[in-house]
Design a protein around this ligand. Structure first.
Ligand code: PAF
Length: 289
């Protein structure tokens, strides 16, 4: 634990100045974009950034453009003091936490059209979500032109969207995808887990159980995805989850739905537990693993 007070910046021009200065001093810059409400998953991204870079910038911004009007933008947790304490303990160099108007002034009207991989899964039930993500992430990349940016695999589709955007738009930032951090019972850590009641928390673990079952089935030789997805759905239903957005097996890169696990593939689930939208995923073993 280092307990260094990070430089806290709220103004876009100032963060650009600070990053230019770090660069001029030969620092290798790692960027960890977050919406705050930090948990061990975020902290693992910071630690990975610290292993690879020597100047760490974390952004905390609950991005309004990636929330639909009926979603939880207003009630999204914002425990800023605790977030800053955690980042101080980790010894990050800079925290950029702009006010909404700093990034979206009144005349703002330019958005980044996300790549095709955004159209499936989350994109089907949240049509403008990834446009909000690509827009804010590109803005953050422009303000903080890091050497590498670190994202969690928990948001698997988001990772593929950002990776493709970076490739398509020739963004010279290495996109690093870091493993999911799970609670001891398997539930993927998420800022939204704090919305869950005790009963819902018990139900929520079925998401990772369904994915583990998909992995087991593939390990034991099942390749037909209809069998795998039915088994995943049964586990979710048996846990009392009624609103399943998807429980599917997809191509690990394009997220095209597969009939057979005959290439690198990922199992993904999304469900409403109570009123909370939870997602999770696991890469499936390939023949060689
Ligand atoms: O994953 C998140 O927390 C957000 O989608 C991100 C990447 C910080 C953009 O707002």
């Amino acid at each position: 634990m280092t307990d260094k007070t990070p430089q806290i910046i709220t103004v876009a021009a100032e963060v650009q100045r600070c990053i230019r200065h770090a660069r001029a001093n030969g620092r290798h810059i790692g960027l960890v974009p977050t919406m705050g409400a930090l948990h061990e998953g975020h902290l693992s991204l910071v630690r990975e950034a610290q292993r690879n870079c020597d100047f760490i910038a974390v952004t905390i911004f609950v991005n309004p453009t990636q929330f639909a009007p009926h979603e939880d933008f207003g009630k999204y947790p914002r425990p800023i003091e605790n977030d800053l304490k955690l980042l101080g303990e980790l010894g990050v160099d800079l925290v950029f936490m702009p006010h909404r108007e700093e990034l979206y002034p009144a005349h703002f009207s330019t958005f980044v059209l996300p790549p095709a991989v955004a159209n499936r899964l989350e994109g089907e039930s949240r049509p403008d979500h990834f446009q909000g993500v690509t827009t804010i992430v590109l803005k953050l990349f422009n303000l903080i032109p890091a050497d590498a940016a670190f994202f969690g695999q928990k948001d698997y589709q988001q990772c593929q969207v950002i990776r493709q955007m970076a490739e398509d738009l020739n963004i010279p930032i290495e996109i690093r995808i870091c493993p999911i951090v799970r609670e001891p019972d398997g539930l993927a850590m998420s800022s939204r887990n704090r919305y869950l009641s005790q009963k819902e928390r018990a139900q929520a673990v079925s998401l990772s159980q369904a994915l583990e079952q998909a992995v087991r089935l593939v390990q034991s030789g099942t390749t037909e995805t209809a069998i795998i997805t039915e088994s995943m759905r049964n586990i979710l239903h048996n846990a009392g989850i009624e609103e399943i957005d998807y429980a599917t097996v997809a191509d690990a890169q394009t997220l095209d739905v597969l009939d057979r696990v005959d290439r690198p593939a990922v199992a993904l689930v999304a469900a409403r537990v109570g009123t909370t939208h939870l997602i999770d995923n696991m890469l499936l073993p390939t023949e060689s693993t």
